[in-house]
Write a protein that binds this ligand. Sequence first.
Ligand code: GAL
Length: 772
Amino acid sequence: MRETISMDKGWKFHLGDFTEPRNRWAWGKSGSWNQGPESFGFDDSAWREVSVPHDFVIEGEPQPYMVKEFDDKDNAIPEMQSVNNMHTTAGSLVKNVGWYRKRFYIPEEDKGKKLVFIFDGVYRDSSIFVNNFFVQKHLSGYTGIHCDITDFVNYGGDNVISVRADARGAEGWFYEGGGIYRHTYLLKTAPAHIEHVFVACEVDPYQLSARIKVKTELDNGQSARIRLVTEIINPDGDSVGAMETELSGECAEQEVLLSGVSLWDLDNPHMYKAVCRAYSGDELTDEYTTGFGIREIKFTGDEGFFLNGKSVKIKGVCAHQNHGGLGTALPDEIYTFRIRKLKEMGCNAYRTSHYPPTPELLDVCDRLGMLVMDETRLLSSAKEDLAQLEFMVKRDRNHPSVIMYSIGNEEAQSQTTPQGARIAGTMMELIRKLDPTRPVTMGLLMWDLANKRPIEDISDIAGISEQLDIAGFNYQDHRWQEYHERYLEQPMICTEQGTFKSTRGCYTTEAEKGHLAVTDKTESSYMKGARQWRAAKPPYMSGLFLWTGFDYYGEPSPYAWPATSSQFGIMDLCGYPKDFYYYYKAWWTDEEVLHVFPHWDGQPGELKDVHVFANFDEVELAVNGRSLCIKKMETDDYLEWEQVAYEPGELRARGYRDGVLLKETVISTTGSPYRVVLSLDFAENQIAVIKAEVQDDQGRRVPDAGNELSFMLEGEVELLGTSNGDPSDHTLAHSRVRRAFNGLAQAIVRFSGRVVVTVQSDGLEGNELFIE
Ligand code: GAL
């Protein structure tokens, strides 16, 4: 029977490579890598103990740009301003080699089973050894590694797996982390076992019926006679269908018709399960379970996207897989935290820019009802890259959340060339073979890199774009209509849009600090963001993905050092909303939104522009009880009151619909920092996200507070990271002392039982938070 054992705990870790001759790892004889950290007997007692997911790059201290390795502003694509210096773009953190070792026991009874050590992701260029044997090398930092270790283990004894991860190379132009940053497992199966299960559904969303087609691939080299029984379990846990097949080959196709099905959709993401059991005679030899959802997706050239027959505008974001204080080593729960934050904003789609995500992200999207554009790293039909694409599709094709694949992003070198067209064709062919149920797109850029100019004639990209099931555009909203008129039948999506930059809570630009005011109209302004959303409204446009949902490490823009992280996020590195979050929330949800900024302080008489994001048809603004005026709000718009004279007190906004006052928002001049207050922003399983807020003596957040906060932990609790959303904060990611930034900081902990988190800050009243 199949057994999947988590291998996440009990790793030993060493930062840096082993270069002394004694430790060279090339002796050229089977099982002879026995001199260094890859050997069974190596003394790792001085190494640090870690559990994975683990990112060793984020543990370092940011360093200013020192090495001029690639500085090519002239060749940079306008949309990728920051791709001219690989150190800065990767987050100004020093990349390195890291070694991991783990001891594990394999009992005598496992003889005869197939043993596979699984890494969901190691960044990157990993070499894997077991008991002095070299087992596997894997380049990609974004696809999983399945190492067959059956021949190399000691049965009835101890074993050591060693992993060398070389994070010095780059696969992208963003922060990529380093090390074993996703989960690890030991999988034990019978020699004849199930390898892959693909569940495809032909759905009639009106009749609530579905034909479920299950394709099972087996590793059955010995042509054993197998009876395969597949059972379908509905969201309530009831068995609603079963199929049985006898085979001695490697593939079985089964199908069953279900009626009265519960559809997977954004509000009710019902999940089914297919449980495939393999029997040899009467003996159950393997059981493989996969989740799936029953839903119909359709993209059209004139009316965009339909889910279960209903038109759905894709309101998406792009996101990188990192979070403040954690780097790329995200506990699964943090994905839940982030996807929930996006859903609260009204976002319904997530682009895994620009690589296959961690599998748990897709589980979360399935569970919470979030559509996914699943992207492979590179537009390439090289063997290595096709293998990455194949891995991604085979791994992800049962997730109902995944509604399309992307074969690349802004490949300005090749998108206008015949080579590019052939590569795309080969990739499309592979996807269609592995998963004919989902359309394919790509982020096309209207930029001709060879000639360093915008693409003037849209047919220059036709070689690739005409082959895509959905033409994907990064930016260039003024070209969409033209493309649509040329290719009326072809569905379209905006694969990337936005790059609206701002620093949370900053209303004055201070370039030397790396801070950009949300109200700054020179660099980029939120007005541009609003225009972009309006541009995506014509029905032929399936929707858009904004760059980005959250700030991420690397790609600091528009200012580099001291800034080390990006500022494109609608939320900051911690997931704290920036002002522009409320623009989307206003127009993407049905909730009443009335958000006013900047904060209300300054010199008496100083003139300030006041901005409002809201979804009321009229908004009134009043200073200390005196109404300034009522303004009308158009759909998808925002309001501004220019040159309002500041006076201490309160600024009050009132939201009216049809003349009825429905909501009031007050922002007031706060006092100085008085206390720091902890609250639980999110907790699930053993992970808690703690919010620290600096308040005045009346409990109001002090909007520019930057007090240094010290977190103390009591009980079985481990600090995973702290951060504050300041793109220029250089405090170590795992530090328990963190400055607040514009009134806020965040600590993420893993806990068990009842624990206490305390915060202290010089001159402020501290606070305690109990978590159970
Ligand atoms: C885009 C690119 C993104 C990011 C962004 C920054 O062109 O696809 O990955 O680099 O620019 O503006």
